[in-house]
Design a binder for this molecule. Structure first.
Ligand SMILES: C[S@@+](CC[C@H](N)C(=O)[O-])C[C@H]1O[C@@H](n2cnc3c(N)ncnc32)[C@H](O)[C@@H]1O
Length: 392
């Protein structure tokens, strides 16, 4: 792309609480000058790194490439400054575009208005120069432009990912209340599971957490199943370079190593969906699925890690959901000795009914819902905490 140095500043977006893991992933790819921020990580690198970050970062939701920063006092200045960017470098008049606007503590209070103003300025830029303007396509644009305004500071960036990176391409069906793929990968990485001991998700739903665990264990780049990235529509797209990066990623896949990875769920339909998703992700041979109540599950031998994402219970009577969480604690005690057990939940009141002492409580979010990833160490003679009475 004209005017772009090879050592470009980039920003990887992520979910709250995953910044440090993402910074580690980027460092592993050779990123320089890494700076952790709120829900994002800034770094520097070249085009190869940008392609690799899109393909390999399990915990990034987007990789943005800033094109300019400026200060704005009001909407007129925003319009003028966006109008003056040399948009012909980034966007052809025959391509479609869309604007994602994010504002934080800014002079504006409506991100849709900011997106509209930015869109008008870009359209007018082309109209003034060549008498025609590119069209907007909100659903499937060729070029996505991100505008971020913090106080009076504005950054315009190109979105090299296009669709968010949690859309890996393997999940055709999404079950009842799935976590997205980036959150699932983040939960597995937060647990510290490194693929060398048993792994179980005993409430696996559509299988997102087990699929992400299997991709990790086999060193499979999470983006390998995805066909489209935003950078493919950029004028400087280097298809040979991206092809060679994908080829190398296929060569470093680790073969099956006999470590059990198990997904189970009480609902047969969920197990069917999870198996199909695992199949699409190309890891069906690495994962065993069973239809089973967590209370009856006989897990593979310890040591191991069990992670569950139980229903939060919005649609259930409180007594029933408390009882369900109590049963989780009983199942951990009975069946998961010498496992590290994790519960990811947005129902903190019900979580008390698990009745085991947490050894870690990690704050995370599932969309807007504040959640916790709770760790319980189920070693023999594990400490118990007295759950509240179910009769209360
Ligand atoms: C929030 S969903 C899990 C979503 C999953 N993480 C995903 O990404 O698709 C909770 C799951 O727990 C399952 N479940 C509820 N009670 C269960 C029990 N006693 N034993 C096993 N699974 C159970 C439900 O069928 C549901 O699929």
């Amino acid at each position: 792309m004209k005017g772009h140095k090879e050592n470009s500043r980039m920003v990887a977006k992520t979910l709250y609480g995953l910044e440090e893991i993402l910074a580690g992933e980027l460092a592993g790819l050779g990123a320089r000058d890494i700076k952790m921020m709120n829900r994002s990580v800034e770094f520097h690198g070249d085009k190869r790194l940008m392609y690799e970050a899109n393909l390999w970062c399990r915990t990034a939701t987007r990789i943005l490439k800033p094109i300019c920063d400026f200060k704005i006092a009001d909407e007129n200045e925003l319009y003028r400054k966006v109008l003056n960017v040399d948009w012909g470098n980034y966007l052809d008049v025959n391509q479609t575009f869309a604007i994602d606007a994010v504002i934080s503590d800014s002079v504006f209070n409506n991100s849709l208005y900011v997106a509209q103003k930015t869109k008008d300025a870009i359209a007018d830029h082309f109209r003034k120069r060549i008498g025609r303007r590119p069209s907007v396509n909100l659903d499937n644009p060729d070029i996505r432009i991100n505008i971020y305004i913090y106080h009076d500071e504005c950054t315009l960036a190109l979105d090299s990912s296009g669709e968010p990176l949690f859309k890996r391409g393997y999940r055709k069906r999404t079950g009842k209340a799935p976590v997205n793929e980036v959150l699932a990968a983040g939960i597995v990485l937060k647990s510290g599971w490194d693929g060398t001991c048993s792994f179980v998700d005993a409430m696996c739903g559509s299988g997102t957490i087990v699929v992400e665990a299997a991709l990790l264990a086999h060193n499979i780049a999470p983006g390998l199943t995805r066909k489209i990235y935003g950078f493919m529509k950029w004028p400087d797209y280097d298809a040979d370079l991206f092809r060679s990066i994908c080829k190398k990623a296929r060569m470093v896949i680790r073969p099956a190593h006999g470590i059990p990875i198990v997904g189970s769920d009480i609902d047969a339909k969920q197990i069917q969906e999870a198996s199909e998703n695992a199949d699409h992700a190309g890891i069906s041979k690495a994962v065993t699925f069973k239809q089973c109540d967590i209370r009856d599950l006989v897990p593979p031998p310890p040591p191991g890690v069990v992670i569950i994402n139980p229903p939060y219970g919005e649609r259930l009577p409180v007594h029933d959901i408390n009882e369900a969480y109590h049963a989780i604690g009983d199942a951990f005690k009975k069946n998961f000795t010498d496992y590290d057990a994790y519960v990811f939940t947005g129902n903190l009141a019900a979580a008390k009914y698990i009745g085991l002492k947490t050894s870690r409580r990690i704050e995370m979010y599932n969309g807007p819902i504040e959640c916790r990833l709770l760790k319980f160490e189920m070693y023999t003679g594990s400490r118990k905490s007295k759950p509240p009475s179910l009769e209360a």
